[in-house]
Design a protein around this ligand. Structure first.
Ligand code: KIV
Ligand code: NA
Length: 276
């Protein structure tokens, strides 16, 4: 049975951990689905880990829609959340609704995720929820506007950012978000608000919460280079990829591949005709 917002709310109420992971295409979504995760997130982290951009702010609407539609085709029962790219909701509530509608209609999203909890962002959340599309909020470190936060750094460590974090948590819930992702906030600060939240809180670099999310390509070791301290590695797929392709390259160069079983067999008359 498909995961719904009601199911996620009841999991939170029952104290069952909600598992979320990102996916950006058909195989990564299918892997998440096979693993039985509750929520699949088409994160704009795909900008970095799949498309090779330096920041998430660079990914386009069309690129996000392509990734989202592919992930939808690989996601049967998990709840599919899509990040709206930077620039696609900033202008007005109307623009935000149009963007959210495109993710539902063109990609089959179950919900959209919006970064930020200032008054303008709250207005966007309300508008999209009013249009009948479930919204996941995202507070704490918000990569799309990280430059304005002073870089990719933890939030809620200073008095100012801690009180903003608490204020925004309650505000996004009040605005109608059915779930909130908290990124890079000290665990003890998160704990203070957790018991007062009616909606599920999904953490990433935020300690224990009602659930967790990680970037699939980080946890599988597809991503290379320095990673945030909150990432745990569960596999080393980039090594497996390079080993597999290396073995193929060796066999091509040495003539081991292709072998007889990789070749089509001709019919005698075809061979004769080809010779003539
Ligand atoms: O884009 C993403 O992958 C995200 C998660 C890290 C929450 O927003
Ligand atoms: Na994101």
């Amino acid at each position: 049975m498909s995961v719904t917002t009601a199911k996620l709310a009841s999991m939170k109420a029952a104290g069952e951990q909600i598992v979320m992971v990102t996916a950006y295409d058909f195989p990564s979504a299918r892997a998440a689905e096979k693993a039985g995760v509750d929520m699949v997130l088409v994160g704009d982290s795909g900008a970095n880990v799949v498309l090779g951009y330096d920041t998430t702010a660079e990914v386009s609407m069309d690129e996000m829609l392509t990734m989202a539609a592919a992930a939808r085709r690989g996601t049967k029962t998990a709840f599919l959340v899509c990040d709206v790219p930077f620039g696609s909701t900033e202008v007005s509530d109307e623009q935000a609704v149009e963007t959210a509608v495109r993710f539902v209609k063109e990609a089959g999203a179950d919900a959209v995720k919006l970064e930020g909890g200032n008054p303008r962002r709250l207005s966007r959340i309300r508008a999209i929820v009013d249009a009948g599309i479930p919204v996941v909020a995202h507070v704490g470190l918000t990569p799309q506007t990280a430059v304005a936060l002073g870089g990719m750094r933890a939030q809620g460590r200073t008095a100012e950012t801690a009180s903003r974090f608490v204020r925004e948590m309650f505000a996004v819930q009040e605005a109608g978000a059915f779930c909130v992702v908290v990124e890079a906030v000290p665990a003890d600060v998160v704990q203070l608000v957790l018991e007062h939240m009616q909606i599920p809180v999904i953490g990433i670099g935020a300690g224990a919460a009602h659930g967790q999310v990680l970037v699939q390509h980080d946890l599988l070791g597809i991503t290379e280079g320095p990673m945030a301290s909150f990432v745990k590695s569960y596999a080393r797929l980039n090594e497996a990829f390079a080993e597999g392709i290396g073995a193929y390259a060796d066999e091509v160069r040495s003539g081991v591949f292709p072998a007889g079983e990789h070749c089509y067999k001709s019919k005698p008359e075809a061979l004769e005709a080809a010779r003539a």
